[in-house]
Design a protein. Structure first.
Length: 297
């Protein structure tokens, strides 16, 4: 069986009325550019959208998203799987995109989405009920040929499950995003590791590419479509530039993961690499206090 091929997009931040992100970036045009650049990628099975799909949460923004992504995917026989982010609003998301948490079967693989968003906040969280639901969704996926194996054969579960979430279960590299991380990622990672079935976790939120391993599971963070965070910003600062990208992820049944990160020339008036914002430490602290876990605890 060939690996499952995923086009992983994140943080499109679309507006229903075409407003420019930070007054500069036409995020709808940016998404068009990303899809055009990805058009030469062969054998795509799934288009994963890992949250912050809208910036204003309007049904119109989600319809604009589908209007671009669905035809691209349909032309290739691919399935579109969206997940909630902290900028998404449940009402608009559900009206246009459907359930916020779902399990989708594609070519013998499972794509499981989890909603890490906290209404009105920027950080992420999974409550006990969500973790229970995740454990149930991750229950062993048995190899169909297992019944023919000798009785003494040790059974190793196939890693044919991909979990999609917005907030990565790994630390952020910048000041503000460090204050808006997923809370208690250990509980999530324990559920993934205990199942033995998770081939990869795909996430967004950080607006820059990151590939690592946590809890024995590969974690792939996609760059943002709307802009690119600077993970090397001066200490205490949060900085972003004009720029976009996507990730192609291949997940094999035995757990091998291949990741290719593709930068994309941005469709905006400002050139790639142009500074979009540079938040000083006092502004970072203010936003963290308003949108971090301390604000709603």
């Amino acid at each position: 069986m060939r690996p499952l091929r995923i086009l992983h997009l994140s943080d499109t931040h679309l507006f229903g009325d075409g407003t420019r992100h930070y007054g500069v970036v036409d995020t709808t045009a940016a998404l068009r550019s990303v899809l055009a650049r990805a058009s030469t990628v062969a054998d795509v099975d799934v288009v994963v959208l890992s949250g912050d799909l809208s910036d204003d949460g309007t049904p119109a923004s989600y319809r604009a998203l589908l209007g671009l992504v669905e035809p691209w995917a349909a032309e290739r026989g691919a399935v579109v799987v969206p997940a909630m982010g902290n900028h998404d609003l449940a009402a608009g998301f559900e009206e246009v995109l459907g359930e916020r948490e779902r399990t989708v079967l594609v070519r013998g693989f499972r794509i499981v989405t989890v909603d890490t968003s906290v209404p009105g906040a920027g950080y992420g969280r999974l409550d006990p009920a969500q973790l229970d639901r995740l454990r149930g969704a991750l229950a062993g996926m048995e190899d169909p040929d297992r019944r023919t194996w000798p009785a003494e054969t040790t059974y190793v579960p196939l890693r044919r499950t991909v979990v999609v979430m917005h907030h990565p279960p790994v630390p952020a590299r910048s000041a503000l995003l460090a204050a808006l991380e997923l809370q208690d990622p250990g509980a999530f990672l324990e559920a993934c590791e205990a199942s033995g079935a998770v081939g990869a976790v795909l996430a967004g939120h950080y607006h820059h590419a990151l590939t690592t391993t946590a809890g024995g599971v590969p974690v792939v963070v996609a760059p943002g479509v709307a802009n690119t965070s600077d993970p090397l910003a001066p200490c205490g600062h949060e900085r972003a530039e004009v720029g976009a990208g996507f990730v192609v992820v291949d997940v094999a049944s035995e757990g091998q993961v291949s990741v290719v990160v593709v930068p994309v020339p941005h469709a905006s008036d400002a050139a790639d690499g142009t500074e979009l914002f540079d938040l000083a430490p006092d502004e970072v602290a203010r936003i963290a206090a308003a949108a971090g876990p301390g604000a709603s605890s």
